[in-house]
Structure formats: C-alpha cells, structure tokens
Design a protein around this ligand. Structure first.
Ligand code: COA
Length: 394
C-alpha cells in the first residue's frame, strides 16, 4: 500500500455570497493548483462532497467540477453523507491513492446554503433525519443536538456555560483565519444571552448557514516527492469511515460510538495515542458535539469534553493538551456543509506545513506536527470520517 500525501490545498472564503458553487470551486482550485507544474495532467480522478441539490438545483457536480478544473475525461463523482460529505470525498481520494488505483486525486467539497436562506437550509438538513421515525416528528438539526445537550447536562451535572465556552473559543480562533465567516469575538455572557434556538442551544452556539468550497490534492509518495517535496506535504497516516444509526431513537445520546471506532482505527494505523495529537478539527455544528467528539477522540474522559475549550493548563489532569478547532470550527469559520470536511484538511495543512496566501499571514504552528480531522454527518455520527495527518517532523 502506498502512503498517501496531501500536496496542495485551496479554499474560497466562507460566508453568504450569492455565487454559484462552480465559481466558489474555481477560487479553491486556483489556489490548490497555483505553483504546481502541470496539475491538470497529474490529477486522474475527482470526488466532490455536496450535501444537497436543493440549494442551487444542481447535481452531477463531479463532471461540472472536472470540467471547471480542466480535468475532462477523468472519473468524477459526487459523494454524499450530509455534513460528512467532504470527509467522505477525501476518504475516497485517500483510498484510491493508498490502493494504487490512482497516483493523484482531487478531493473537494461545495455548498451554497444561503440561496434560499435559513428555511431552505433547515428543510434540506431535515432530510438527514430518518424518514419514518424522525422527520415525521418535525425535528430539525438544532432540535436533535438539543436532545444530546440536555442529556449531557443532566448525566454529567454540567452547566450551559460549560458548553457555551466552546463557542466563545471558536469565535476567538476564527479571528486569525482570513477566510472565516465571522470575524468577531463574543463573551460568555453574549453566548448565554443570545436568542434560544432549541433549548438549551442558543443562536451563538449554532453553526451558521454558509457558502464555500475547498479542495485538496492527494498523491502517492513518489508524486508528492517529485511535485512539492515531502517537507511541503502532509502524510495521511490513518483513514477511516464508520457508519452508525441514523434514527435518533436508536442513538446513544451521550456517546459518539461511531467516532470512537473511527478514531480507534486511525490511532492504530498511525501507531499513536490521543496524547500524540497536536491539533484537532472536530465537528462543532453545535457546541455539544465538540464536547462529545473530544471525549470520543480520547482527549478527555467522559463528562469533561467541554474542557477542550479551556487552555491546556486549565484542564483536568486526565485531559490532553490538544488544540481544538484552530480554524474557528464550524461555528465561526463557517459550515458550508458538503465542503466542511475538506476545510478541515486545509486547516491541518496550513497549520503543519504553512501556506503563502495573498489574504493573510502564514498560519503555520511551529510545534504542531500531527492533526486529527473528524467529520460527522446525520444524527451526530451517523457517518464519521477520521483522518490522521502528519508533517515530516512527526
Ligand atoms: N452564529 C452567529 N450569528 C448568526 C448565526 C450563527 N449561527 N446565524 C445567524 N447569525 C446572525 C446573522 O449574521 C445576523 O446578524 P446581523 O443581524 O448582525 O446581520 C443575525 O444573526 C440574523 O441572521 P439570520 O440569518 O436571519 O438568522 P436565522 O434566525 O435565520 O438563522 C440559525 C439562525 C441558528 C437558525 C441558522 O444559522 C441555522 O439554522 N444554523 C444551523 C445550521 C445547521 O443546522 N447546519 C448543519 C448542522 S450539521
């Protein structure tokens, strides 16, 4: 099996733009291809993560994006797993390269959620609830996560402030990210006093309705070496995709068992433990989910996942010192659903390798060598992708 590497990444800004998905994708692909010799001759397959055709009444994104990237006549397809669509697209690309099916594959994602405003986005996301048991009840995404949050607060005797600190930290982190949807910090009081959406979740604990597109080129070791040099690439040392129950009635409300399995698999593949992870981009569509993901990844014991919002020296002794959601997360970087999993890979690359961007300074973190990207879709972790990425110094 070949070791796959991410050799280049690109991204559009995240926000509400009224632009076509293909135009956002053009921004991402221009950045990803910049400076590479003959990328169009190199890439021999393409996967696009996209949650729904309801936003711009578009399917067959594979062919459209292949054409827009100048990659005609390659295998190209859309991949869907709600908010994990981008992670699944990346997983497909990595699997192809690892298996030797292709030498270089483009993984990308897109969503233009703002076209119909919050009502269309809400309706579209309801499709990620199980039809007969969930959708009939009228439950929405914030409603699902409110149930998880209520149960967590009850079982672990935590306060709403414990969860709200996650949103405060993610808004703070987004301030250093030039593509983030929000460039504004909020205090704990701001979050706690923001309008209720689904009790106990408040407006400032929800991911927004977002547009955006991101792209990552995955290549074999020999192509990575030739193209950019391994010091300018990140290795994919572990990859996993794990499904779990879609119906909320079948779901454990305070444990993400699908995430646990996915994480266990990538740690085993990479030969590391939770304490070796420097950075993690996790799924904080609502604050509760970041807390549960942190527990499932082994960063904290059960009932203490909210502590990843604190500085490492303020956390309990059993917690690791991982930095979580340095991008600002889904909450504040933004959550263009089908593209989110690729934005997580972009963040890992920019933090470990660094990138010369016209829109801001290099964001490399000198002592960060290993990143875990956790992308989840459906009822929390109905589908999870986990990727463990390492720089040359890891
Ligand atoms: N975080 C911070 N501010 C937000 C926000 C959010 N999530 N959503 C909206 N705002 C702000 C807007 O910027 C706007 O500010 P302004 O008045 O200063 O311009 C204001 O709140 C009103 O925006 P609007 O778009 O009218 O809000 P809304 O009430 O229609 O939608 C939510 C708010 C929370 C319902 C919507 O963002 C939402 O549905 N989020 C969840 C998306 C989701 O489920 N994603 C998938 C999860 S897997």
């Amino acid at each position: 099996m070949t070791r796959p590497y991410v050799v280049a990444v690109g991204r559009s800004p995240v926000g509400q733009f009224g632009m076509a998905g293909r135009d956002l994708f053009s921004l991402a692909i221009e950045e990803a291809f910049a400076g590479l010799p003959s990328p169009r001759e190199l890439v021999d397959a393409l996967y696009v993560g996209s949650q729904s055709e309801s936003y711009e009444h578009q399917i067959v994104y594979g062919s459209q994006f292949a054409e827009w990237a100048g990659l005609r006549h390659v295998p190209a397809q859309r991949v869907e797993g709600c908010a994990a669509s981008g992670g699944l697209a990346f997983h497909e690309a990595v699997s192809d390269v690892a298996a030797g099916t292709h030498d270089a594959v483009l993984a990308c994602g897109v969503e233009t959620m703002s076209t119909g405003g919050t009502p269309v986005a809400t309706d579209s996301l309801v499709a990620a609830s199980e039809r007969t048991l969930g959708q009939r009840s009228g439950i929405t995404a914030p409603g699902v996560y409110a149930m998880l949050a209520q149960r967590y607060l009850h079982e672990h005797d935590r306060s709403e402030a414990d969860l709200a600190r996650i949103a405060v930290r993610n808004h703070r982190n987004a301030r250093g990210n030039p593509i983030a949807q929000f460039d504004r910090e909020f205090s704990l009081e701001d979050v706690l006093e923001s309008p209720p959406v689904a009790d106990p979740i408040k407006l400032l604990e929800c991911a927004p309705v977002s547009d955006g597109s991101a792209a990552a080129i995955v290549a074999s070791e020999s192509v990575a070496e030739r193209l950019v040099g391994l010091e300018n690439a990140i290795a994919v040392d572990g990859f996993a995709a794990v499904s779990d129950a879609l119906a909320i009635a079948e779901h454990d409300l305070t444990r993400l068992k699908g995430v646990e399995r996915a994480v266990e698999s990538v740690y085993e593949q990479a030969g590391i433990g939770a304490g070796d992870v420097d950075l993690a981009e996790v799924h904080d569509a609502f604050s509760i989910n970041e807390a549960l993901s942190a527990e499932a990844a082994g960063f904290t014991p059960a009932g203490r996942g909210h502590e990843v919002a604190l500085d490492p020296d303020e956390r309990s002794a059993e917690c690791t010192d991982v930095r979580v959601n340095t991008s600002g997360g889904l909450k504040a970087r933004g959550h263009p659903v089908g593209a989110t999993g690729i934005y997580q890979i972009v963040e890992a690359y920019e933090r470990i390798v660094g990138a010369d961007r016209p829109d801001g300074p290099d964001r490399r973190i000198a002592d960060a060598d290993r990143a875990l990207c956790l992308n989840e879709g459906g009822t929390a972790d109905s589908i999870t992708t986990a990727h463990l990425l390492s720089g040359v110094d890891a």
